[in-house]
Design a protein around this ligand. Structure first.
Ligand code: PEP
Length: 258
């Protein structure tokens, strides 16, 4: 076996203030316990807005919850005069284990290039935070059957110059843009096609040992009723979940897919 622990990541996007975050995290922890969830079989992480992170940290540490958490974005800068930016070191101080970089909403709404995503991933790694690097094709690319080339170019650009040990610690999320928030989930075969190609690319670029350790997630309209088929694919090591991560029972069922 490959020994990669599945990661179920809930991206809250711009939803829930810090008071609402408390409710969701507590209910999630109770529901997972109820369902006899085993963290060794699926690691669960939530991604609240920046303003909720301190509250989530207090809750997770105070109640010794076995949940991980992280941020949805990070600055590409170290610190200093960059008004409005939140640095990786600040996130590390808040106990973030992960940070999402290059989500398609950031790539489109904030024009983030692969170079910017790479700089953010590097900042995260320097602060000992694992970046979850998002890639994925839009509908036109999919229609032209260009999804593999498109995603491999994004992976190559977003991980450019990273050391093998940094790549090993990183997570890659394949999220076809046409499947995000649309209810149109990729078929397990379609998701595996790209995730398998990403692992093969990593093996060619960085060696098999690195490629076998990197976790590759699928994201795009994951629900409790499609997660089992997706997770059965050999190169899919977890899911990045948007909408369904705001519904406690649904997300807990996704986390308890096994
Ligand atoms: C996402 O934005 O990362 C995502 C996968 O969203 P949804 O699950 O709502 O499609």
């Amino acid at each position: 076996t490959h020994g990669r622990t599945p990661l179920m990541a809930g991206n809250w996007k711009s939803n829930l203030n810090h008071v609402e975050a408390t409710g969701l995290v507590q209910k999630l922890a109770w529901t997972l316990q109820d369902k006899r969830w085993d963290p060794a079989k699926s690691e669960v992480a939530v991604f609240p807005p920046f303003t909720d992170l301190r509250t989530v940290q207090t809750l997770v540490e105070g109640d010794k919850l076995q949940l991980e958490y992280g941020a949805q974005d990070v600055s590409s800068h170290d610190g200093g005069a960059h008004t409005g930016e939140v640095t990786a070191r600040m996130l590390a101080k808040l106990g973030c284990r992960y940070v999402i970089v290059g989500h398609s909403e950031r790539r489109t709404e904030h024009d983030e290039s692969d170079a910017v995503v790479q700089a953010k991933a590097l900042q995260a790694l320097r602060a000992d935070i694992a970046p979850i690097v998002c890639v994925g094709e839009g509908p036109e690319v999919r229609e032209a059957d260009g999804q593999v080339d498109h995603c491999l170019a994004q992976v190559g650009g977003s991980l450019a110059g990273l050391k093998p040990e940094d790549i090993t610690r990183s997570v890659i999320a394949y999220e076809p843009v046409w499947a995000i928030g649309t209810g149109k989930v990729a078929t397990p075969d379609d998701a595996q096609e790209v995730c398998g190609a990403i692992r093969q690319f990593l093996a060619e670029e960085h060696g098999i040992a690195v490629a076998e350790r990197v976790r590759i997630l699928y994201g795009g309209s994951v629900k409790a009723d499609n997660v089992v088929a997706i997770m059965a694919e050999p190169d899919i090591d977890g899911c990045l979940v948007g909408g369904a991560s705001l519904k406690v029972d649904e997300f807990a069922a996704i986390c308890r897919f096994y």
